[in-house]
Design a protein. Structure first.
Length: 719
């Protein structure tokens, strides 16, 4: 017979076991938002109201891959600890199982002045005056997979995307769809053929004009439409913007908001934040910003914040433009091996069928000569580095150079590399698109050195080819976009309504459409980035969007687990002891100055054999912050070629030899987020370590690193 006391102990043990197992599955983030189960993508409807931060998000209530899109819902009082709430807007299915309406991305506002008429009486004040609610209004894209006629008589086409609204008078717990939906049924008549690519409305109140403003995307046209309304129901088209900068793939999830320059409330600029997919800075998804002005109807980009892809940098020297399509590579002074021997640049028109944009001429270097079966190298003549940047146009498949496999039987790269002193010091692969984009390398650290370029294609898999054009040397980079995050896993970033201009908070989807539906997590898929505070800061005479993790994240920091200063850290590795479990989730702060070394940083989640590790640091010669996840853990979940997951990700950040550099690294169970001290650089990357190895090591490569300061805090679970 079991005693009552024993039963109580058993129950407490079982309860404790359940508590301990909650949110502790393999790879489950401990301080990033994730749904309890099932699929999640874009953050939606971010709004602050009555002391709570609301986070809605794209959600599949029926599985761990995309589908049945609905709005999930959670709230927080500090942007760190979240409470899950019932689904806000759930996918509608008819009696035959046909999906009638899915709730795609959008935004939410609090209609404090009841312009919509959705408010309800809550009672009376002491003077007998009626008190009304402040309705929360969600503005979203209705995606209609099935043609049908709505109950209000609106005829819906198959695949149609329209803008709709719903309202709540109980702080977002329950929602009522507006009977007049959709409020914007179709895009302008000139874009009528884009009825199925019209989405992602971001709405805010514009006080100077006393109107609601909406920014929505014509995704495949790379155009943003700007509307205004008095009541959230009736909308008038005011203007359009785009395409600018990264003008390919789909433009999605736009935001438009003001920020103060250097904290000066008299110096306000406006920022467009939008997602690009595919065609991000790595491959798949990416996020760009454009700074400008907004007068209530029209957004005008600052001339210094946009770039013309048809123009090379001012003062640039053209090293090779591949216009001599009748010449062989050898006749141009280059050397070709393998299948490329005896061949030369090709007419751009011969590859235009794959949407190659030959911006600057008729010729292009391409390894797509016999389909994807050609293999070999194409090497430039040697040259002396005389300018700070090498820029070029590039397109093709994502097969990056991996120093661990290069030249071996496992080498599968399709890339262009810069070789100095026999070492590949920069490399670039394609982004899984056929649209030529500009890429730039900072080569200031090798000025005066002899170098050469080599295009290597040793892969015969699908999309295993590269196109390169217009290689130029200059003292300024040729950037094609202002990337908000230089990592692979930051997309569909959305900002909060309901906060002051000085408190603009953003959250991004910490995933990438190139592999999102295959990441090795269960019973959930996808996480959000940590919330970040945005600002505008003047850096090197240019106004830039900067970001840092919100200060409330410090509530999870443990006391300092490790702190040490080195006058000079010698070349090699230095192990750091960090107690478990915090060696797998921590905040690392590095501050350092260049000595005689070429790189400095930290190795996280390393095992005894170094076969697993995530390496983060600063390259003094290449002038960039980097994250290397080639050996970060599992990448077998991508079982096709090209594999868009492995990689070495860089964010150019020029410094002087005397500059003190600060990096802040947030390590969670399946991600790293890296920020520099000014907030001008962010790199977000998922990692999936294969075991619980969590050694931590500092390293200095090529010599000493000076004035090194290291501080490590553990991160408590937010769950």
């Amino acid at each position: 017979m079991v005693s009552v006391t024993s039963c109580v102990l058993i129950a407490l043990f079982a309860f404790g076991h359940l508590v301990r197992s909650y949110y502790t599955e393999e790879y489950r983030p401990q301080f990033h938002f994730t749904p309890e189960k099932n699929w999640m993508n874009d953050p939606n409807g971010l709004v602050y109201h009555n002391g709570k931060y609301h986070l809605f998000y794209q959600y599949n209530p029926n599985g761990t891959t995309w589908g049945y899109m609905s709005w999930g819902h959670a709230v927080s009082t500090d942007l760190v600890h979240w409470k899950h709430l019932p689904i806000a807007l759930e996918c509608e299915v008819d009696s035959n199982g046909n999906v009638l309406e899915m709730f795609f991305s959008g935004s939410a506002v609090v209609d404090a002045n009841n312009t919509s008429g959705f408010a309800i009486p809550l009672g009376k004040d002491r003077r007998g005056k009626v008190i009304y609610s402040q309705p929360m209004v969600a503005i979203y894209t209705s995606n209609y997979p099935t043609a049908h006629t709505q109950s209000n008589g609106v005829v819906i086409q198959e695949g149609q995307q329209s803008q709709s609204i719903a309202f709540s008078n109980d702080d977002g717990l329950t929602w009522t769809q507006y009977e007049g939906n959709p409020v914007i049924e179709s895009p302008p008549s000139e874009y009528a053929d884009q009825y199925n690519q019209f989405r992602d409305p971001f709405v805010f109140w514009h006080s100077p004009s006393s109107k609601w403003i909406m920014v929505a995307s014509l995704a495949m046209k790379q155009i943003l439409l700007i509307y205004s309304s008095d009541n959230l129901k009736n909308w008038a088209l005011e203007s359009q913007f785009g395409p600018y900068n990264a003008r390919f793939g789909q433009w999605e999830c736009p935001s438009l908001f003001p920020l103060y320059v250097d904290g000066n409330t008299a110096a306000e600029k406006w920022v467009i934040l939008m997602g690009i997919n595919p065609g991000g800075v790595i491959t798949g998804s990416g996020t760009q910003t454009i700074i400008g002005s907004f007068n209530g109807t029209t957004f005008v980009a600052d001339p210094t914040d946009v770039t013309d892809p048809t123009q090379i940098p001012a003062g640039a020297t053209v090293f090779q433009d591949f216009e001599s399509t009748s010449s062989t590579f050898e006749e141009l002074g280059w050397t070709a091996t393998g299948d490329f021997a005896g061949l030369g640049p090709q007419q751009a028109s011969t590859v235009d069928v794959w949407n190659i944009m030959g911006y600057l001429g008729k010729g292009v270097l391409t390894t797509y000569l016999f389909g994807d079966v050609a293999k070999g190298t194409i090497t430039s003549p040697k040259f002396t580095v005389t300018k700070k940047y090498i820029s070029f146009l590039i397109a093709g498949g994502y097969y990056p150079y991996n120093p661990a496999t290069a030249g071996t039987g496992d080498d599968n790269q399709v890339s262009i590399g810069l070789v100095v002193g026999g070492q590949v010091v920069h490399s670039q692969t394609g982004t899984d698109t056929e649209s030529l984009v500009w890429r730039s390398w900072n080569v200031a650290g090798w000025v005066g050195k002899e170098a050469y370029l080599v295009v290597t294609d040793v892969n015969t898999g699908p999309f295993a080819h590269l196109h390169v054009d217009e290689i130029v040397f200059s003292d300024t980079p040729k950037d094609e976009a202002n990337w908000n995050d230089l990592g692979p896993d930051y997309y569909a970033a959305a900002t909060y309504n309901g906060l002051p201009t000085s408190e603009r908070i953003v959250i991004g989807w910490m995933n990438n459409w190139a592999y999102a539906q295959n990441i090795p997590t269960t019973p959930w898929r996808s996480a959000m980035s940590v919330p970040r505070k945005l600002a505008l800061k003047t850096i090197n005479n240019k106004v830039r969007v900067v970001q840092q993790p919100v200060s409330s994240l410090s509530s999870l920091y443990t006391s300092t687990l490790y702190s040490r200063k080195f006058t000079a850290l010698q070349s090699g590795y230095s192990k750091i002891y960090v107690p478990s479990p915090y060696n797998a989730r921590m905040k690392v702060t590095l501050r350092f100055t260049r000595g005689t070394g070429t790189k400095f940083g930290v190795v996280l989640r390393s095992n005894a054999t170094n076969s697993q590790e995530t390496v983060i640091g600063y390259d003094f010669l290449g002038q960039n912050v980097f994250v290397d996840r080639f050996k970060a853990g599992d990448n077998s979940f991508v079982d096709w070629e090209p594999n868009p997951y492995p990689g070495y990700f860089i964010a150019t950040m020029p410094t002087k030899s005397t500059d003190a550099i600060t990096l802040t690294i947030l390590l969670d169970w399946s991600s790293v987020e890296v920020f520099d001290g000014l907030g001008q650089i962010a790199i977000t990357s998922q990692i999936f370590p294969l075991d619980d190895s969590a050694q931590v090591k500092l390293f200095s490569e090529g010599g000493t690193t000076r004035s090194v300061s290291v501080s490590i805090n553990g991160m408590k679970s937010a769950w």
